[in-house]
Design a protein around this ligand. Structure first.
Ligand code: XMP
Length: 515
């Protein structure tokens, strides 16, 4: 409310937040609302236009999500995408029919007429299609503006009513001029101004947080990862001393990480929040004694985290709100309910639902990771924290194969610090695309020789992968010299390690982490 925006109406497609995100990339605020949002709410004068998303249904099925025809009488522009395109045509009197063949994947879009929507888009360009139904007859007053080999009405419009429809998905990268088309819709059709950015996001969230929380107190479980750190900084700006951050050190963090997190968030020249650091390393190690089964380790770490956090919470009786660093991809993952448990990806820091609070504060819940990073930088968090690579909640506990001991934690911490230091240095000139890289400790002991002595020590495993979504991953082809340097340093500097191996397996069949 109160801010100029483009509303994405959600019809159940998988790319819905991505569409909003593409609009935000154009520096125009955008939010996703359910398709059945009441008309009065959609009439808000600050809504500059609508984008109807795709969805898995067929418009002619009664149970499919439909839309009140009056939306088209609000005088606001509409861009229908895929299902949203078919629905617009259907609602306005056109015909949608099942196609003989589904059209899936990249295809060539050919423009058939002039339109503001395709200004600056070449006559032929690649787009991404994913549909079975298609619009076979346009509603009255509409004009065809693009086709593909299989879909005659690949794009059409009613310029006067400012309704534009495209069968393809402009929001995905495979549609090469998708963003150009969206920019035309957002700027030229809707008249939006590119004024929205991280700064405005921060101001708006700060105002919202203040309105939600009032003068009450907020508790945040701070892990030191990007998301919870950005929430901490944002809440600090909004409510300062009313925020208490509890940082549980489970003793399975990377080398010096606990100290770094503490140094950043206890810096009074930067933050006025209350920081409570709990060193629970001994408790975690104690509970992990003798445990080798990976899932059991994860469960013990998750449960212990909750126990420690709850014990702290008991002491802070006056916190009414719980803040969480949930970001948009976390919500898709839980929403889709991944069917097979490959690994229980409980987020340590992901707290049980029955914790009693008056409310939850989740200011990043609609953002993608790189948007969170931009907000973090704008809030003045250090780049090394903001660009931290993903680190699993159970930490080094799942990077030590077999039983976790204090000695093994030390070995993996040191080996990992060396590896990251050398790789970061080398990558300034190599420019490799690295999504995640770390050292793990295998449970393999092997014979070596150091000086004149026989050794019987552990083998460290180095891993470096590149991935877009972590569902699949490819090993990175690291230069031999670099691997040799890292290996030399590790066996020389890390007591207890006499061999270094490089893991060259893809995911699948391996996973990124070793457990
Ligand atoms: P895998 O090993 O499943 O890892 O291929 C994919 C990505 O997820 C991270 N990961 C976790 N993150 N809690 C987390 O918060 C977990 O239990 C967990 N397990 C794996 C992993 O670091 C990689 O980025």
């Amino acid at each position: 409310m109160g801010k100029k925006r483009i509303v994405v109406l959600d019809f159940g497609g998988q790319y819905n937040q991505l569409i909003a995100r593409r609009v935000r990339d154009l520096h125009v605020y955008s939010e996703v609302l359910p398709y059945n949002t009441p008309l009065e709410q959609l009439a808000d004068e600050d809504i500059l236009g609508f984008i109807f998303t795709g969805g898995p249904n067929s418009v002619y099925e009664e149970s499919s999500p439909h839309i009140d025809k009056k939306v088209f009488d609000l005088g606001k522009p509409v861009l229908g995408i895929c299902y949203g395109c078919q629905l617009s045509a259907y609602t306005l009197g056109g015909t949608v029919s099942p196609a003989e063949y589904s059209e899936y994947g990249n295809t060539e879009l050919e423009l058939t007429g002039e339109s503001i929507l395709f200004e600056g888009v070449p006559a032929k360009s690649q787009v991404f299609m994913s549909h079975t139904d298609k619009v076979t007859k346009l509603p009255e007053g509409f004009k065809n503006i693009a086709k593909t080999a299989l879909t005659e009405n690949a794009a059409f419009m009613n310029e006067e009513k400012r309704v534009y429809c495209v069968q393809y998905h402009p929001e995905v990268e495979h549609s090469i001029f998708g963003q150009k088309m969206l920019a035309n819709f957002v700027y030229k059709v809707c008249g939006a101004e590119p004024t929205w950015q991280s700064d405005s996001f921060i101001e708006e969230r700060v105002a919202e947080i203040r309105a939600q929380v009032g003068n009450k107190k907020v508790l945040l479980g701070l892990s030191g990862g990007v998301d919870s750190s950005v929430v901490a900084a944002l809440l600090d700006k909004a409510i300062g001393k009313q925020l208490t951050c509890v940082f549980v050190n489970h003793g399975l963090l990377r080398k010096n990480e606990a100290e770094q997190v503490k140094a950043i968030f206890t810096d009074k020249s930067r933050f006025s929040l209350n920081f409570i650091g709990v060193d629970a390393s001994d408790l975690f190690l104690d509970r992990l004694k003798g445990v080798i089964e990976p899932e059991q380790k994860r469960k013990i770490i998750g449960k212990s985290f909750i126990d420690v956090f709850e014990a702290e919470k008991e002491k802070l009786t006056d916190c009414s709100f719980l803040a969480q660093g949930t970001i948009y991809p976390d919500r898709i993952e839980s929403g889709l309910g991944i069917s097979a448990t490959i690994k229980s990806h409980h987020n340590v820091g992901g707290l049980p639902k029955d914790l009693k609070f008056e409310g939850i504060v989740e200011p990043l819940k609609d953002l993608f990771k790189d948007e969170v990073r931009a907000v973090g930088l704008a809030l003045g968090l250090p780049a090394e924290l903001v660009y931290r690579q993903p680190f699993p909640g159970p930490g080094l506990g799942i990077r030590i194969i077999g039983e976790v001991t204090k000695e093994k934690v030390r070995m993996v911490q040191e080996a990992d610090a060396i590896y990251r230091e050398e790789l970061d240095k080398a990558n300034k000139t190599l420019g490799l695309k690295l999504s995640q890289y770390f050292a793990a400790l295998s449970n393999m002991k092997s014979v070596g020789v150091k000086g004149d002595h026989r050794s019987y020590d552990y083998a460290v495993v180095l891993r470096a992968v590149e991935t877009d979504d972590f569902m699949t991953a490819r090993p990175v082809n690291l230069p031999y010299d670099l691997l040799a340097r890292v290996s030399d340093r590790i066996v020389n500097e890390v007591e207890g390690v006499n061999r270094v191996l490089y893991d060259f397996t893809s995911k699948p069949p391996a996973t990124v982490e070793l457990e």
